[in-house]
Design a protein around this ligand. Structure first.
Ligand SMILES: Cc1cc2nc3c(=O)[nH]c(=O)nc-3n(C[C@H](O)[C@H](O)[C@H](O)COP(=O)(O)O)c2cc1C
Length: 274
């Protein structure tokens, strides 16, 4: 039976067929490209870890460089390493009440509401097994968005190696200046703890007095972006504090060694065996 293209029924039929064809094309592309998207997500995350650790150079083979990095898991309450499946996703775990803890408002300085019970850490390990850089995932609210990034510490568990954010929606030119290499360049060499062993690092509103004794713990705030700056300070205080990686860092600092060891001793060591 011939269909009159110009009739209402014909128009609806053509529109319907176009929709079906488009839906098939989009669905096929989405399913077909998923493995590539997953691969790119992993590559991007690895690049960000390397960048925070100061190990990234443009054009490098990211996967090859990442072979020096161990991904480990830490129980945030005890600070101890725990075994988790490779597929563990810390951000997903933070959204699941079964694998996260609800923070009281007095504890939630980074405004993240829920904290995962287990966090991942990345360790850059030298050929002879020494841990050279400890890379911690950090997150917290800025002005418009939750900032997600990595803070890298040296093997003394005190000196900052780098800080970088891989996801946020702060305003370009204002809060977005957290991505500015010049601002990120202020972080390396800053020290977390003062002589009494207290957490002293802070992001100021304004500029650091370079002559002050506290300057080695302080980072300039971003002009015109006080709220994002405060968000960065808050997330640093949270993740280095007792509800974040504090217990883990405390264990590292008090351990007699932070060199890689594959013994099964109770003593705190970083095992080569994942
Ligand atoms: C369109 C618009 C976007 C803004 N984006 C940011 C931002 O991303 N981060 C931020 O801290 N402040 C942002 N601000 C400025 C804040 O509203 C606030 O004025 C500022 O944080 C105060 O910083 P100051 O004390 O350094 O001037 C924005 C303001 C406007 C009008």
């Amino acid at each position: 039976m011939a269909i009159n293209k110009d009739s209402v029924g014909g128009t609806l039929l053509v529109a319907f067929l176009v929709c079906v064809v488009c839906a098939i094309v989009v669905a096929t592309a989405a399913v077909g490209l998923r493995p590539l998207q997953d691969e790119n997500r992993v590559l991007d995350m690895r690049m960000n870890v390397l960048q925070a650790a100061g190990l990234y150079e443009p054009g490098m083979d990211v996967n090859a460089a990442f072979e020096r990095i161990q991904r480990r898991f830490v129980d945030l309450d005890t600070g101890e390493f725990v075994e988790m499946p490779e597929s563990y996703d810390q951000r997903r775990a933070a959204r699941d009440p079964a694998t996260s803890s609800r923070l009281a408002s007095s504890e939630d300085i980074a405004s993240i509401r829920n904290r995962p019970d287990v966090a991942e850490v990345y360790l850059s390990v030298s050929d002879d097994g020494d841990v050279q850089v400890i890379i911690l995932p950090v997150s917290g609210y800025g002005l418009w968005s939750t900032l997600h990034g990595f803070l890298a510490l040296g093997s003394d568990v005190n000196t900052v190696v780098g800080l970088g954010f891989y996801e946020h929606a702060e305003t370009p030119g204002l809060g977005g200046e957290i991505d500015n290499p010049r601002w990120k360049g202020i972080w390396p060499g800053k020290e977390l703890y003062n002589d009494s062993g207290d957490l002293a690092i802070e992001v100021l509103k304004g500029t650091v007095d370079s002559g002050a004794a506290s300057a080695k713990h302080q980072i300039d705030g971003l002009a015109g972006a006080t709220l994002t700056t405060k968000g960065v300070d808050n997330l640093i205080q949270f993740w280095l504090g007792s509800k974040g990686f504090g217990p883990f860092l405390e264990r590292l600092r008090s351990a007699s060694t932070n060199s890689v060891d594959d013994s099964e001793d109770d003593e705190f060591t970083v095992s080569v065996v994942n």
